[in-house]
Design a protein around this ligand. Structure first.
Ligand code: HEC
Ligand code: HEC
Ligand code: HEC
Length: 88
């Protein structure tokens, strides 16, 4: 009985910090969260807080500023429309 309660507690906590390794956004943008976490290390490159979470106002404006901005600066990652947007 005790074991079951412990297991449920762990699942509940894990749930609050869960992020998919690969996320699918509008217009066919496939975002590999895992690659970005591993290669950038610093969560606050994209998130307001080091523990991450939903990004307030996520959408075109955030993406084109933050995603494209960093790719241009680091000279890594796609910057052409069709390299991120696999669908129109
Ligand atoms: C290159 C940008 C980037 C980096 C770096 C990054 N993330 Fe994210 N993360 C995202 C995006 C984009 C989302 C989806 C945001 C949304 O839908 O509001 C996300 C979502 C998440 C979510 C899920 C939010 C939810 O409830 O759906 C968690 C948790 C998270 N990130 C944690 C982290 C942690 C911890 C790190 C550092 C180890 C990290 N992220 C690094 C871009 C990034
Ligand atoms: C702070 C810098 C930074 C930010 C912000 C960032 N990226 Fe990247 N991105 C990179 C780097 C560095 C690579 C090359 C990673 C590698 O190959 O190790 C990359 C690679 C990629 C790739 C090609 C690799 C793959 O996943 O197949 C895609 C697509 C991509 N990024 C999409 C995005 C999107 C969409 C966002 C915004 C939600 C974003 N990136 C935000 C630095 C960034
Ligand atoms: C680094 C990847 C990346 C590049 C390069 C990029 N975009 Fe985006 N774009 C995104 C992401 C991520 C979103 C937000 C998707 C979402 O809200 O689910 C987005 C959103 C959009 C939207 C709004 C979609 C909607 O239905 O809300 C349009 C339109 C768009 N992009 C056009 C373009 C055009 C045109 C270019 C080239 C000049 C371009 N994008 C380059 C990643 C990129």
């Amino acid at each position: 009985m005790k074991g079951i309660i412990v297991a449920i507690t762990i699942v509940a906590f894990a749930g609050t910090a869960f992020a998919a390794d690969v996320m699918q956004f509008k217009r066919g943008v496939k975002f590999n969260h895992k690659i970005h976490q591993d290669s950038l290390k610093d969560c606050t490159k994209c998130h307001a807080k080091p523990e991450g979470g939903k990004i307030e106002g996520f959408g075109k404006e955030f993406a084109h500023k933050t995603c494209k901005g960093c790719h241009a600066e680091m000279k890594k990652g796609p910057n052409a429309c069709k390299d991120c947007h696999k669908q129109q």
